[in-house]
Design a protein around this ligand. Structure first.
Ligand code: CAA
Length: 385
């Protein structure tokens, strides 16, 4: 049975900052941000948006009423949880108006968990081929103001429907996971910003990429020449380049050129949004599919990495008509409003975070369909406009 991703859609916030402007305010060279890190713009998160509103917005874009009826399970993969107990997937299920006879859970393992969600979804569909599983990768990457990680923040969600006879990509059998107890990035329960050993994390990422790729090659007998593209988790776009170059070395043949071109195509959206944590790999896949030389029948590889650390390397075969089953990302990015660094800093500090008080946000300025209106009696209030 063919199982894989049937549809994909992306949502982010309606505001962004220009990272050249941030560099000037922080006293850095703009080229460090745009070339050294590889980021141009960054999503700004108003207090009225969180992983639930972003995740629901992404899923709402792509689901027909018939598809909603076939969903048996909603998995929200995130490391930006909004409750230590209740799953964000339950709020998403409610906002999407799904049937009550679904299961809804949240998964966590840093930026990796959406990949686990897809693998679990694959198993559920294999058992019940008439059902679909909605996997949503939603995160808000927060490091803090004026810290090295600031330039690698971002926010957004990618929603994916996993089903039999998928229209985007059929997943292949071999998948290599790798897990080791590593402290490269984490967020204690009392913190709203991530703690990170930045340089170390980039080295662990590269090491995990090399190890999973090598094992995939041993298990399948396939080499780089058998892949049209490798899409990467992109915490910042230069990270994908560092990893790819670590295995290409000084190769300059047709395979190396093809993989470098594919990487460039996969970086386009992340460059304008920033890190989505769990969603970054899948936004990179959408970017490659919409901007690269992708054709039905091609084998595309996915490298998923989550600090802590866990990685997975797997592949899929593109289906005819894959491009018709992806939401239009440029339309969303071009419709956003640029805000100043002052406005970004205010929004950064206004988020609900660990605040236990009753709060009512002004939702009139947020054009999104789903908004977080505030908190009352320790309960988040979501509205569908
Ligand atoms: N023009 C062009 N390039 C310049 C430049 C200029 N004027 N000035 C500096 N650069 C280059 C540097 O040479 C460097 O390039 P290389 O990495 O290729 O050597 C690059 O810009 C960055 O410069 P620094 O190393 O000095 O930057 P930094 O100390 O400010 O930190 C960072 C960079 C470590 C990535 C930091 O932003 C960070 O900690 N980010 C968060 C951690 C992260 O994203 N880790 C990724 C792996 S972990 C993961 O993937 C999970 C996840 O999502 C977090």
């Amino acid at each position: 049975m063919k199982i894989g991703i049937d549809k994909m859609a992306f949502a982010t916030t309606n505001e962004y900052i220009d990272l050249r402007e941030l560099a000037r305010v922080r006293g850095d060279e703009p080229d460090k941000y745009t070339i050294g890190i590889g980021q141009e713009q960054q999503a700004v998160v108003p207090p009225t948006q969180d992983i639930v509103t972003l995740g629901a917005a992404a899923a709402d874009k792509m689901l027909t009423p018939e598809e909603r009826d076939r969903i048996s399970t909603v998995i929200v993969a995130t490391e930006s949880g909004i409750d230590n107990s209740k799953a964000s997937a339950i709020y998403v299920k409610h906002l999407l108006g799904l049937n009550d006879f679904v299961r809804a859970v949240e998964l966590k393992e840093a930026c990796y968990s959406a990949t686990a969600g897809i693998q679990f979804a694959r198993g559920l569909v294999a058992l019940n081929p008439q059902e679909s599983v909605l996997v949503i990768a939603a995160d808000i990457a927060r490091y803090g103001l004026a810290v090295p990680g600031e330039v690698t923040q971002g926010a957004g969600a990618v929603a994916m429907l996993v089903s039999q006879n998928p229209r985007v990509i059929t997943l292949e059998a071999t998948s290599v996971s790798l897990t080791k107890d590593v402290m490269d990035f984490w967020r204690p329960l009392y913190a709203t910003e991530a703690m990170v050993d930045g340089k170390y994390s980039t080295n662990v990422y590269i090491d995990f990429f090399k190890q999973t790729l090598e094992r995939y090659q041993q298990l399948t007998g396939r080499g780089l020449e058998d892949m049209s593209a490798i899409t990467f988790h992109l915490p910042f776009t230069k990270m994908g380049k560092k990893a790819l170059e670590a295995v290409l070395g000084d190769r300059d043949d047709a395979t190396a050129q093809r993989l470098r071109d594919a990487l460039t195509a996969s970086q386009i959206y992340s460059r304008r949004v920033g890190n989505l944590y769990t969603g970054s790999l899948y936004l990179g896949l959408m970017s490659y599919l919409q901007n690269g030389a992708a054709h039905a029948g091609d084998r595309v590889a996915l490298f998923s990495y989550g600090s802590g650390a866990e990685a997975e390397f797997y592949t899929g075969i593109l289906e005819p008509g894959f491009a018709d089953n992806l939401s239009s990302v440029f339309t969303d990015l071009d419709a956003r409003k640029q805000v100043t660094i002052d406005e970004y800093e205010q929004a950064f500090n206004q988020h609900l975070g660990m605040n236990a008080d009753d709060v009512e946000f002004d939702i009139s300025a947020d054009q999104a369909k789903f908004v977080l209106a505030g908190q009352k009696n320790h309960q988040r209030i979501y509205k569908c406009k």
